[in-house]
Design a protein around this ligand. Structure first.
Ligand code: FES
Length: 101
């Protein structure tokens, strides 16, 4: 099982085991990471905004146009921002590091 590392606003690191096929939002919620995800993964809120470490950002599939549009609404947008509900866990993502903005 891949493990995913979340760094919360206060700098606390949470390591989570993830199932392949889950979204990062689902992994975060299952592991008490402080993320909102108000629309439940329907790409309608941008409250699942996460900042991906650069090395990992380049490995992820590119965001869709709809995700990029929704990210424009996210506060604290960065060049490596993504929506947690749009990233699916794969074996390649073992060790993925994400920060809460
Ligand atoms: S949970 Fe709303 S856009 Fe991801």
């Amino acid at each position: 099982m891949p493990h995913i590392i979340f760094i919360e606003e206060n700098g606390i690191e949470k390591k989570a085991l993830a199932e392949v096929g889950e979204t990062i939002l689902e992994v975060a919620r299952a592991n008490d990471v402080n993320i909102e995800g108000a629309c439940g993964g329907n790409m309608a809120c941008a409250t699942c905004h996460l900042v991906v470490r650069k090395k990992w950002y380049d490995i992820l599939p590119k965001p869709s146009d709809d995700e990029s549009d929704m990210l424009e609404l996210a506060s604290g947008l960065t060049l490596t921002s993504r929506l947690g509900c749009q990233i699916k866990v794969t074996e390649d993502l073992d060790g993925l590091i994400l920060s809460l903005p």
